[in-house]
Design a binder for this molecule. Structure first.
Ligand SMILES: [Zn+2]
Length: 243
């Protein structure tokens, strides 16, 4: 690609066009006249193309080119000026954007998840790898199970207890306990995860949600707890108006 036209060069071309007999020009055979079309006896003669060695067809083509150049050149120059202005504007915008410090956490435009600036979106990367693995072996891939929804996986987990004949129940605070077992599942506030605990570990697990009646209320930090509380509150309100 050649270098962009300099402003000076463009100015020279435009000056030449301005200095020429005003357009438009037209061609009649190898003759060039002022005006949109040749009118015998009226149109002012500009010139003619006669190379001597040319064929009449070539002379006609040359005349057509010269006549059209009278309007083509200013039109092209205007287009170049417009593009140059656009390029300058975009360059300025790039400089502006490059000067900005990007936020450390970016929002993925594909999946909407936050990711570290400069790194690929981990969710999209994961999905891509999963899709690639499944495409290779859609039925037997050990990765296939990880594509099941997290809810489905949670249900599968509870059914694992059912299948093992474990008698368990979910307590109002979310704990999953088994009356005939010392194992149960609780929400660990510090780890912010559900954990498997044993009855003899309770003493040494102060981070777990423990809400004895005499204790001050403990804020339930389980994921979604606030939303669930709000939902329950709304339901109570609307239920009351019906009575
Ligand atoms: Zn993503």
């Amino acid at each position: 690609m050649s270098a962009p036209m300099s402003e000076q060069r463009l100015a020279e071309i435009l000056a030449r066009a301005e200095a020429a007999t005003p357009g438009p020009w037209c061609a009649d055979e190898w003759e060039i006249y002022q005006g949109t079309e040749y009118v015998p006896g009226v149109s002012a003669w500009i010139g003619e193309t006669c190379r001597g060695t040319s064929t009449p067809e070539q002379d006609r083509a040359d005349a057509s080119f010269v006549a059209a150049a009278r309007t083509d050149v200013p039109e092209l120059a205007a287009a170049v000026q417009l593009l140059a202005a656009e390029v300058a504007g975009l360059r300025a915008r790039i400089t502006e954007l490059e000067a900005l410090t990007p936020a450390p956490i970016q929002t993925c435009r594909t999946c909407g998840t936050g990711y570290d600036y400069g790194k690929p979106c981990s969710v999209c990367e994961f999905k891509k790898r999963m899709a690639a693995a499944l495409a290779e072996d859609p039925h037997d891939s050990p990765l296939a199970s990880t594509l099941v929804s997290p809810w489905q996986q949670a249900v599968a987990g509870l059914n694992a207890l059912v299948d093992a004949d474990v008698i368990f129940h979910v307590e109002p605070d979310g704990h999953i306990s088994a009356p005939f077992s010392d194992e149960h599942i609780e929400w660990d506030l510090q780890a912010r995860r559900w954990v498997l605990t044993h009855d003899d570990e309770d003493e040494s697990a102060p981070a777990l949600v423990e809400a004895p009646h005499s204790a001050p209320p403990v804020r339930d930090l389980r994921p979604g707890a606030d939303a669930a509380r709000r939902m329950l509150a709304n339901r109570d309100t609307t239920g009351g108006t019906d009575v």
